[in-house]
Structure formats: structure tokens, C-alpha cells
Design a binder for this molecule. Structure first.
Ligand SMILES: Nc1ncnc2c1ncn2[C@@H]1O[C@H](COP(=O)(O)OP(=O)(O)OP(=O)(O)O)[C@@H](O)[C@H]1O
Ligand SMILES: [Mg+2]
Length: 490
């Protein structure tokens, strides 16, 4: 970033135009300013909250508010001056020509309106913030630009958490107020033709770089509009990364490869952000090139490398186009698209029944994810999800259907030290009496915390040869029996 003093000076505009500049916000007495940000401006020191500050809402100091007001005022006027026809809640593409124009007019504006940059921010940072308001997503921009940040969570205007290396921390970045957050939400969703208003306060969207966005605005967000961004990883994690991180062992990877190639039906189970989508993406790499796959998601995140892949996305209502297309509609439609495999980003309702039926009727090798915290909980959740289809099956029929459709549950977990691991690879072996028989093929043995706070433990085999072994053999995967045996067996 060029320093302010290095900004090129240009000829002044006629006085009449200069006078047309709106007056800057009124100067008010400032409280002591926080020190300038450090750590590449990722973290801004948290301000001491006044007593009785609502804990989930937090606050903004007058000094910070004044800085943000000034940034916004400058950004809006500069933007209107170079792109008067593009409303402020639409994005403005960052081109070198526009940047140059902004650079020139910024300096003119500072001089003419005799603007003093607030002492709590460097001139370079202030200018960069103004540009982020003009061309980007305001206070979110530096966080979006930082590749090591994997998730951004805006809890109303004054609290922004970020995740790095599996750890969450409050960043200290702030919006000016609720309207400021909602303007950025609109900038994200409007280009996608989606609505963000009191009639449509629950929003799913994507950033231009593919990052997944969810937002809840007023009236449903009590403490202020919030935004959750799952950053799109530029360098996608692959199986070798997962092995390097200790998320699984090479043996587990070999076993999973055999299961995918042999067209076992797989459900990846896990909590929020546990790595389910990442794992499906990794496993998809094992799907042979010639097999036709249809993927179905609410907001497309899956990225398969094969050519014969059709990607479907659900449709939310907008004021102009009130129609809805659900995951279930897409699954039913996918059956007419001659897929060999169907991959549903997440089953969370009645579509589960259609998915299970598809798995059972020639689309074996299908995959999906389910929110649940253990393989057993996953099985139970599948039961409840099937019942959400509104069909009155007796429970034992539902169980039988699940057991005959799903071969494997792979449990992904985000553990207490922030690491993500495959904690179980579990085979559904059938039904005995009323209950499903679940057998761990591999599991993670958690032996507590080490002195550095990192979890101590190792992956180990479940001790029993899986029932699917003959099928794997038919597909050319011959595993030594020892692979499935615990080391103390010998
Ligand atoms: N094994 C892993 N080790 C380290 N980081 C991982 C691992 N798996 C996934 N991640 C990272 O964790 C984050 C969440 O991953 P992912 O989107 O796959 O989770 P998810 O379970 O699908 O989340 P959600 O429930 O929100 O859909 C991503 O930033 C991803 O890069
Ligand atoms: Mg996911």
C-alpha cells in the first residue's frame, strides 16, 4: 500500500465542484484511542467495555465510531463521484482505472474538506479501509484476504470472530452499526439475485471467490445482523493433507479408497465445521472418471475433478421469483438424469428417504453428510430424517431401509484442541432384532491432553474384519487381515 504522501497530486477541480462535496461529520471530543493494530492488522486490540454493555451485542467506542463514520462518508462520496449510477448496496468492480481515480479524488477530498485522519489508525490503514468500503465488503475485506483465516463470524456489528488453525478468536474488527452490516450483506446477495430484507431475513449466498455465506438479519437476529462465512480454501485439502494433519492414517485412506471405488454408500457424519464437506471432496477423488455423478447442494461447495458431473443447487424465493426448489426436488429430478452416483451436500429432511431409495436402486456409491456427533447418533438421525418425508413407515421398516442402503458411516469431528479428525469409520452390518449392528472398522483412541494442550491419541483398527471385504476384493482390493486387527491381538 502506498503511503498518503506518495499519492499522486492532480489538478484541482473548479471551486463550484469542490463546494459540492458534502460536509464531513461533525468533530466530537474523542476518548483516548486504542493503539494501532498489529499482527498484520488481523487483530485489533479489544476495547474495554463500559459497565452494563449487553454481552452478546458489545459496543463501539465514540473514537472508533467516528473513524468508521468518516471512512464511510468518504467512501460513499468518492464512490458516487466515480460511479454515480451504481447503488451503494451493489458491488463495484475494482479496476486499476477506478483505483487510480479514487486515489486522486481521495487526496483532493482530504485537502478540501481539511479532514484529519483519526489518531487511532495509520493513514495507510485508513485509506485501505476506505477502498475496502468502496470496492469490497468493508471491514470484512482484510479478513477475506487473509488465506490463513478459515471462517469469519460476524455477531452483530461489534463482535467479529475468526478461525485460524482450528482456533476461534475475537478479531476486534467492527462495523459502524446494524445498517452497515446489512449493507454489506446486500452487496453479497444482490448480485446473486437473492433478497435480504425483513421478508427474507435468512440468507444463503456465496462470495465471488466461492466462500459460503449465511446471514440472518433483522427481525430474526436479536443482537444485530450476523454473517457466517466459510472461507473457500484456495489450496483444497486432499487426502495426503488429511494424513499429514493426523486426521486419518494411510491405512484408513486406503480402506476408504477401496470403499468408494467398490461403490459402497457412505454417509459422512459430523458436527458443524467438522470437515464433512472437505472429506466428501477428498473421497470424490476416488470416483472413477467415467462414472456419471449428480451433486446436489443448498450452496455449491463440492468440487469434483471428473468431467461427467452435473452440479445442482436449490433455489430460494426472491421477490421477483417466489418459486422454491428443494434438495428433495433435486434428488427426485436427479434420478431422471441417469446418474451412477448421487452426492447430496447435506441431508437434513425428507430428501433422506429419496436418497436412501436411490442408494438402494442402482445408484450405489452415493454419498451424503448428516449433522451428528457419533455413528450411532448418525443412524438415529437418519431415522428421524426419513420420518420427515411424511410417510408413515413403522420404525423397524425405516431401520431396515437405512441398514440396507448405507454401508459406511465416516465420523468427522472437530476436537477440543481445534484439530479435525476422522474419529470413526463404522460399518452398518445389518439389523439384529430391533437394533442396527454398527461395527467400527477404524476409530480414534483419545487418551487425553498433552502438556501443550494438544490431544494425545492414535487411530486404531476396530479389531473385526469388515463385512464388505468380499465386495472390496471383487473390485481388486485385497487387504491383509492384520490391517483390521488391534495391535494387542498378536
Ligand atoms: N482434516 C482437516 N484438518 C484441518 N482442517 C480441516 C480438515 N477438514 C476440514 N478442515 C477445514 O475446516 C473447515 C470446515 O470444513 P468443512 O467445510 O469441510 O466442514 P463441514 O463439516 O462441511 O461444515 P458445515 O457443517 O458447516 O457444512 C474448512 O476451513 C476446512 O478447510
Ligand atoms: Mg459442509
Amino acid at each position: 500500500m502506498a503511503s498518503l504522501s506518495s499519492l499522486k497530486r492532480v489538478k484541482r477541480k473548479p471551486e463550484s465542484e469542490a463546494q459540492a462535496q458534502p460536509a464531513p461529520p461533525k468533530e466530537e471530543k474523542k476518548p483516548p484511542s486504542p493503539p494501532p493494530s498489529t499482527d498484520d492488522d488481523l487483530f485489533i486490540p479489544l476495547e474495554k467495555e463500559p459497565p452494563d454493555t449487553p454481552v452478546q451485542r458489545s459496543f463501539i467506542s465514540e473514537g472508533r465510531a467516528e473513524q468508521l463514520r468518516l471512512q464511510l462518508w468518504l467512501a460513499d462520496n468518492l464512490r458516487k463521484s466515480i460511479a454515480p449510477n451504481i447503488p451503494l448496496d451493489l458491488p463495484l468492480e475494482r479496476t486499476p482505472e477506478r483505483e487510480e481515480l479514487i486515489r486522486q479524488r481521495y487526496e483532493q477530498a482530504l485537502q478540501r474538506a481539511n479532514i484529519k485522519i483519526p489518531p487511532n489508525v495509520t493513514p495507510e490503514q485508513f485509506y485501505s479501509n476506505v477502498c475496502d468500503e468502496i470496492f469490497g465488503f468493508g471491514p470484512l475485506e482484510p479478513l477475506i484476504r487473509t488465506d490463513s483465516i478459515t471462517e469469519i463470524m460476524v455477531n452483530g456489528p461489534y463482535i467479529i470472530f475468526i478461525e485460524q488453525k482450528g482456533r476461534l478468536a475475537e478479531s476486534g474488527h467492527k462495523f459502524l452499526d446494524d445498517d452497515h452490516v446489512e449493507r454489506i450483506v446486500k452487496r453479497i446477495v444482490k448480485p446473486l439475485g437473492r433478497a435480504a430484507d425483513p421478508e427474507h431475513p435468512l440468507i444463503d449466498a456465496r462470495l465471488p471467490d466461492g466462500s459460503r455465506v449465511n446471514s440472518v438479519i433483522r427481525p430474526c437476529a436479536i443482537d444485530g445482523p450476523n454473517i457466517t462465512i466459510r472461507k473457500f480454501a484456495k489450496d483444497k485439502l486432499g487426502i495426503p493433507d488429511l494424513i499429514n494433519f493426523g486426521s486419518m492414517t494411510p491405512m484408513m485412506a486406503e480402506f476408504l479408497e477401496a470403499c468408494v471405488v467398490s461403490r459402497l454408500n457412505i454417509v459422512v457424519s459430523g458436527g458443524t465445521g467438522s470437515g464433512k464437506t472437505t472429506l466428501i471432496n477428498c473421497l470424490s477423488g476416488y470416483i472413477p472418471d467415467h462414472e456419471r455423478t449428480v451433486t446436489i447442494e443448498d450452496a455449491a461447495e463440492l468440487q469434483f475433478k471428473q468431467r461427467n458431473v452435473i452440479r445442482l443447487e436449490t433455489k430460494k424465493p426472491t421477490p421477483e421469483s417466489p418459486g422454491i426448489v428443494t434438495i428433495r426436488d433435486c434428488v427426485i429430478n436427479a434420478l431422471r438424469m441417469r446418474p451412477e452416483r448421487i452426492v447430496v451436500g447435506e441431508c437434513r429432511g425428507g430428501e433422506t428417504l429419496d436418497m436412501l431409495q436411490a442408494m438402494n436402486t442402482g445408484h450405489d456409491g452415493s454419498m451424503t453428510t448428516v449433522h451428528s456427533n457419533s455413528p450411532r447418533a448418525c443412524f438415529d438421525r437418519l431415522e428421524s430424517l426419513v420420518l420427515m418425508a411424511g410417510i408413515d413407515f413403522p420404525i423397524h421398516v425405516v431401520r431396515k431401509q437405512i441398514a440396507s442402503s448405507v454401508d459406511l458411516i465416516v465420523q468427522a469431528s472437530r476436537l477440543r484442541d481445534g484439530s479435525r479428525k476422522i474419529t470413526h469409520i463404522t460399518e452398518i452390518q445389518g439389523i439384529e432384532g430391533e437394533n442396527a449392528i454398527l461395527q467400527n472398522v477404524f476409530l480414534f483412541n483419545d487418551r487425553g491432553d498433552g502438556p501443550d494442550g494438544k490431544i494425545v491419541g492414535e487411530h486404531e483398527p476396530g479389531g473385526i474384519r469388515p463385512k464388505c471385504e468380499p465386495k472390496l476384493k471383487q473390485n481388486g482390493f485385497h487387504f491383509k487381515p492384520a490391517m483390521f486387527m488391534k495391535s494387542d491381538t498378536f
